[in-house]
Design a protein around this ligand. Structure first.
Ligand code: GRF
Length: 203
């Protein structure tokens, strides 16, 4: 299966996927990396790994619809089996999400359904939670609301700051995302009518 990764930032999750994809038995191939930010470090990581890159700069597009139409055109050309959002910080339109239903994965830094949206680490600290983590989910029309495939938990420590907590969560992201992408490429997980099917059975 072919994979396109979309990233807006430093791309540490992208790096974890690139590293995993270099393992001899990895079942998928990252054919391109796209970003909405021309200066995203993720693009440099891709170039280093000799992976083709493309940019659809959201500041050059008047509306979300126009941006998504351009992104969709790029993706249609590449025609990947899987689109992996790895710190891709744009909300996608319903049309976009519907067009690629069942082929879109996202990583979200919380134990969904808790803490959808931004600034999750700060919000977890503010709430005094003792448990936090990461979720990998299929993307559906509902923001951060698509069916969860896998989660990893981390403890919240007494002296944590948003940064120390983020770092602990990200270590788990880097372990979990490649595992889930591998499952997808092996045909083990798919999006059912409203839930995730793992080896054909509901999770
Ligand atoms: C990750 O923490 C992800 O959960 C969040 O954005 C961050 C992306 O980091 N949504 P990176 O670009 O993969 O390093």
């Amino acid at each position: 299966p072919t994979i396109v990764v979309l990233a807006s930032g430093t791309g540490s999750n992208l790096q974890a996927l690139i590293d995993a994809s270099r393992e001899r038995d990895f079942p998928g191939e990252i054919i391109a990396v796209g970003s909405n930010r021309p200066k995203a470090f993720a693009l440099e990581r891709a170039a280093q790994a000799h992976i083709k890159t493309f940019v659809v700069d959201h500041t050059q597009h008047g509306s979300r619809e126009e941006f998504d139409a351009h992104l969709m055109a790029e993706l249609r050309r590449l025609d990947p089996d899987l689109i992996v959002l790895a710190g891709f910080m744009r909300i996608l339109t319903e049309d976009f999400v519907r067009a690629f239903r069942g082929k879109l994965l996202n990583v979200h830094p919380s134990l969904l359904p808790a803490y959808t949206g931004l600034n999750t680490h700060q919000r977890v600290l503010d709430a005094g939670d003792s448990l936090h983590g990461v979720s990998i989910h299929f993307v559906t029309e509902e923001l951060d609301g698509g069916p969860v495939i896998a989660q990893a938990e981390v403890p919240v420590l007494a002296d944590d700051t948003p940064d120390t907590l983020a770092e602990r969560v990200q270590q788990q992201e880097h372990l979990l995302y490649p595992i889930v992408v591998r499952w997808f490429c092996e045909g083990r997980i798919r999006l059912g009518a409203q839930d995730v099917l793992f080896d054909g059975a509901a999770l």
